[in-house]
Ligand binder design. Structure first.
Ligand SMILES: NC(=O)C1=CN([C@@H]2O[C@H](COP(=O)(O)OP(=O)(O)OC[C@H]3O[C@@H](n4cnc5c(N)ncnc54)[C@H](O)[C@@H]3O)[C@@H](O)[C@H]2O)C=CC1
Ligand SMILES: O=C(O)[C@H]1O[C@H](OP(=O)(O)OP(=O)(O)OC[C@H]2O[C@@H](n3ccc(=O)[nH]c3=O)[C@H](O)[C@@H]2O)[C@H](O)[C@@H](O)[C@@H]1O
Length: 429
C-alpha cells in the first residue's frame, strides 16, 4: 500500500523505514529540512540501532522523505507521528497535531478516500474531537465515509525501536468503521503474518487509553520497586535480590523491576502527567499515579543525599557518568541526570559530565558544565562520581577509579562493580 508518515522523529522514522522494509511504498513528511535531507541521504537524524540499515536499504526505492505535504495526496493512508508534548499542567499540547492534521486535510482535498491513523500518544477523545474534525474541515471529506480514521498506538522503546516495531508483543488497531479496520489490518498484514504477535482490534478511545495504561503501569511498577528499594536500603538489604525473587512470580514478572534513580525519557513523565490531567478533567483524583511521580522525583534527591554522606559537595569536583535517559540512545529528554546535575550545581559542585553519545544534546541543557571525552577523563581528579545511566561500559570501569581524588561512587543504576578501595553506595542496595 502507499503510505505517508507525518513526523520523522523516533517514532515516525522507525515506522516509515520498517513499513518500507515490509514492502509498503512510504513517503516520510517532516517540516525539518535537515531531517528530510538525512533520510534521503540514507540515514536517520536520530541515533537508533539498526535504523540506518533499514533506511539505506529502502531509500530511493520504497522510501523517500519530503517537506512537501502535497506528496500525501499520492498515498492511501497517513500515519501521524507528530509530537504531543506536555503543557505546564500536564495536559498534552495538541497544537502541532492540529496544525499537522489541517495541512494533511488540505493536501488530500479532492480525493475520494483517505485513511488517517493517529500514531502519536493522545488522551481519549483527541482523535475524535481534534484530529478527525481538523482533517475533515480542511479536506471536505466526511468522517467514516471518505475520511477513514484509526488509532494505532506505538509501544516501541528508544534504543531498541526497530526490533520492538518488527517484533511487537501486540499491535493495537483502533477504529469505528469496518472499512478503517480492514485497511489497518491490511497495512499490518505483512508484519502480523510473519511474526507471532497479538492483534487487538478495538475502538478509537480504547486504543488511545491502552497506550497510557501501558506506560502508566510500567512507570508505576518501577516507582513501586523504587519505593521498596528505598526501604530495603534502610534495612541494609539489596533490592536487586528482592526483585529477582519477586519477579519469579509470573503475576509480577521480572521486567521493569530495576530500581535506582528513576524513570526519564520523552514518554513516561509526559504520559503519566497527561493521564493524571485527563483523570482530573473528568473529576477523578488519580492518587496512585501521583504517588508514582512523587517517588520518581524523590530518587535523584536520595542520590544527592547519599553523596553528602561521604563528600562535602560544595567546591567538590563531581563526575556524572551517563547523560542519556537510558542506554542505547542519545536522547536526554527528562533524563534523571538533569535533576542530579541541577542539584549538584545548587550545592556548589563543579560538574564534569560524560556520556558515550548524548553529550551534545546535554550541552543544550547545561552549556556551562565540563564534559569529558571518556569515563576515565571524567573520573580523573574527581572527588566523587554519580552514575545516572546504565551504559554497559560502566560495568568495565576498574583501574579508572584509581585516578579519582577520593574514590566515592554513588551508583543510581546498579551497573558499577564494587572493588577494593572504592567507597561504593548503591541507591537501593
Ligand atoms: N519516542 C518514543 O519512544 C515514543 C513516542 N511516542 C509518541 O509518538 C509521538 C512522536 O514522538 P517522537 O517520535 O518521539 O517525536 P520527535 O520529537 O522525536 O519527532 C517529531 C518529528 O515531528 C516533526 N514535526 C513537528 N511538527 C511537524 C509538522 N507540523 N509537520 C511535519 N513534521 C513535524 C519534527 O520535526 C520531528 O522530526 C508522540 O506523541 C510520542 O508521545 C510513542 C511511542 C514511543
Ligand atoms: O511511549 C513511549 O515513548 C515508550 O516509553 C517507554 O520506552 P522508553 O521511554 O524508550 O524507555 P524504557 O526502556 O521504558 O525506559 C524508560 C525509563 O525507565 C527507566 N527504567 C526502566 C526499566 C526499569 O526496570 N527501571 C528503570 O528505571 C529507564 O532507565 C528510563 O529512564 C516504554 O517502555 C515503551 O513501551 C513506550 O513505547
Amino acid at each position: 500500500m502507499k503510505l505517508s508518515v507525518l513526523g520523522s522523529g523516533y517514532v515516525g522514522t522507525t515506522v516509515a523505514a520498517c513499513f518500507a522494509d515490509l514492502g509498503h511504498d512510504v513517503t516520510a513528511v517532516d517540516i525539518d529540512e535537515d531531517t528530510v535531507a538525512a533520510l534521503n541521504d540514507g540515514h536517520a537524524a536520530i541515533h537508533e540501532p539498526g535504523l540506518d540499515d533499514r533506511i539505506a536499504a529502502n531509500v530511493g526505492d520504497r522510501l523517500r522523505a519530503t517537506t512537501d505535504y502535497d506528496a500525501i495526496a499520492e498515498t492511501d493512508a497517513t500515519f501521524v507521528a507528530l509530537p504531543t508534548p506536555s503543557m505546564e499542567d500536564g495536559t498534552i499540547d495538541t497544537s502541532i497535531l492540529e496544525a499537522g492534521a489541517e495541512a494533511l486535510g488540505e493536501a488530500i482535498a479532492g480525493k475520494d478516500e483517505h485513511l488517517v491513523v493517529v500514531k502519536s500518544t493522545v488522551v481519549p477523545k483527541t482523535t475524535e474531537t481534534v484530529v478527525a474534525p481538523a482533517v475533515a474541515d480542511a479536506s471536505g471529506l466526511t468522517v467514516g465515509e471518505g475520511l477513514q480514521v484509526g488509532v494505532n498506538p506505538e509501544f516501541l522503546r528508544e534504543g531498541s525501536a526497530v526490533d520492538d516495531f518488527m517484533r511487537p508483543d501486540k499491535v493495537v488497531l483502533g477504529s469505528e468503521t469496518a472499512r478503517a479496520a480492514a485497511l489497518l489490518r491490511e497495512i499490518y498484514a505483512p508484519l502480523t503474518s510473519q511474526v507471532d504477535t497479538h492483534v487487538v482490534e478495538t475502538g478509537l478511545r480504547e486504543a488511545e487509553i491502552i497506550k497510557y495504561a501501558n506506560n502508566a503501569f510500567l512507570a508505576t511498577k518501577i516507582s513501586l520497586m523504587n519505593e521498596i528499594g528505598n526501604i530495603c536500603k534502610e534495612y541494609d538489604v539489596d533490592a536487586y535480590e528482592v526483585a529477582e525473587a519477586i519477579g519469579l512470580d509470573h503475576r509480577i514478572g521480572s521486567s521493569f523491576l530495576a530500581s535506582g534513580v528513576g524513570w526519564g525519557g520523552s514518554c513516561f513523565p509526559k504520559d503519566v502527567a497527561a493521564l493524571i490531567a485527563a483523570a482530573r478533567e473528568v473529576g477523578y483524583e488519580p492518587s496512585l499515579l501521583e504517588a508514582a511521580v512523587e517517588v520518581n522525583e524523590k530518587q535523584p534527591r536520595r542520590m544527592l543525599g547519599l553523596l553528602e554522606r561521604h563528600v562535602d559537595v560544595e567546591g567538590a569536583r563531581v563526575a556524572v557518568l551517563g547523560l542519556a535517559f537510558k542506554p542505547g540512545t542519545d536522547d536526554v529528554r527528562e533524563s534523571r541526570a538533569i535533576p542530579v546535575i541541577r542539584g549538584l550545581l545548587e550545592r556548589g559542585a563543579t560538574v564534569v559530565g560524560y556520556d558515550p553519545i548524548a553529550t551534545e544534546r546535554m550541552k543544550r541543557h547545561f552549556p556551562d558544565i565540563e564534559y569529558a571525552a571518556s569515563a576515565a577523563d571524567a573520573l580523573d581528579g574527581a572527588d566523587a562520581a554519580l552514575v545516572t545511566t546504565d551504559w554497559e561500559e560502566f560495568a568495565d570501569l576498574d583501574a579508572e577509579f584509581d585516578a579519582m581524588a577520593t574514590p566515592v561512587v554513588v551508583d543510581g543504576r546498579h551497573i558499577v562493580e564494587r572493588r577494593d578501595g572504592l567507597v561504593y553506595e548503591g541507591l537501593t542496595w
